[in-house]
Design a protein around this ligand. Structure first.
Ligand code: SF4
Ligand code: SF4
Length: 331
């Protein structure tokens, strides 16, 4: 079993491209905040122009098409074709499983690297209570349909206090499913999860006693598992991805963030206007990336300090890692 921390690098870039914010579901933890991200759907010409803006480093850049639900966009297949034409390193579509507009008939398994399905419970009851009635079956059907057409599939499980009790059932569920990768996400303090009745983070103790163990059990079945580090060990050095990596989170209103947990605030580093990528004025997220505090991530301390704990001397017991720092386990 190989267990490694995926190091940040400026040599490789990730483009998380929200081509719309519309969705057919209304998940209890949805991170989309239309007040901040807009409610528009980008037309295909705009998508093509915005892809071109990031194409200089295409060969080093992974694209993830997101929404809302990206398959609700009737021209998603054309966006995929354009990303291929521009030579991007890899292309992933994140989906809730509904696979609208016959997307699997309009692209082939050679056009994309992964279709990533979101499932938030090992049982219909738990998943559907979070993601909506019928969504469990849709994901399972969608995976089988995609596999029958030779697409590579992965799964995303967003952990919260509503579903962590079922994570231990997932190794048995995924072992015969045919997925190649399994991503465990931590519920962020964004969108609905930042509302007073939407706070469903799990405690440090629960996280540390559950996640690495389940990740290993899933990896035992030959599936590559990725999960956020969250709590740094004493010997690990804190790094802010905003300083040492190259990630862009693009929204249909033109905002471009480099830190996902800034997305609920007008702190974006760039804005796309008239198809130009324009740096924003101070104060923006870049001003936070350079701050050094003993607790690690500055944004974490500002918006979710409940995951911090201190010893008697007042020092933090753990530094909180950048939310983009991941552990990867494989056989
Ligand atoms: S599927 Fe995604 S975009 Fe749609 S409601 Fe759920 S979390 Fe939000
Ligand atoms: S999550 Fe924290 S450490 Fe990571 S980019 Fe944002 S501010 Fe920096």
């Amino acid at each position: 079993m190989t267990n490694r921390t995926v190091a940040f690098s400026k040599d490789s870039s990730n483009l998380f491209f929200h081509i719309l914010t519309k969705c057919n579901l209304s998940c209890t933890h949805c991170y989309i905040n239309k007040n901040q991200h807009g409610a528009n759907t980008l037309d295909i010409e705009t998508i093509q122009n915005w892809l071109t803006l990031f194409s200089k480093k295409a060969r080093q850049t992974n694209i993830i098409f997101l929404g809302g639900e990206p398959t609700l966009h009737p021209d998603l297949y054309l966006a995929v074709k354009e990303a291929n034409r521009l030579g991007f390193k890899s292309i992933t579509i994140d989906t809730n499983g509904y696979l609208f507009h016959d997307i699997l008939d309009k692209i082939s398994c050679d056009d994309i690297d992964f279709l990533s399905f979101s499932l938030d419970g090992a049982t219909r009851k738990t998943n559907d209570a979070i993601r909506g009635k019928g969504s469990y079956d849709k994901v399972m059907e969608g995976i089988q349909k995609a596999l029958s057409k030779n697409f590579s599939c992965s799964m995303i499980y967003t952990v919260s206090d509503m579903n962590i009790h079922e994570l231990e059932l997932m190794p048995n569920i995924v072992k015969h499913l045919g997925i190649k990768r399994f991503f465990i996400q931590v519920i962020g303090m964004r969108g609905k999860s930042s509302e007073p009745n939407g706070k469903h983070q799990v405690s440090k103790e629960t996280w540390l006693s559950t996640i690495p163990k389940v990740a290993e059990a899933i990896a035992d079945h030959g599936i590559i598992v990725t999960y956020p580090k969250v709590f740094l060990a004493k010997n690990e050095i804190f790094q802010c991805a905003g300083n040492v990596a190259d990630n862009y989170f693009i929204f249909p209103n033109g905002r471009v963030y480099q830190c996902p947990i800034c997305e609920d605030f007008p702190l974006h580093s760039y804005e796309i206007r008239q198809n130009q990528l324009i740096p924003t004025q101070k104060i923006n997220e870049k001003d936070l990336f350079g701050l050094t505090i003993p607790e690690g991530c500055v944004m974490n301390k500002m918006i979710q300090p409940q995951n911090l704990s201190y010893n008697k001397k007042g020092d933090p017991e753990h530094q909180i890692a950048c939310c983009m720092l991941k552990e990867e386990i494989s056989l």
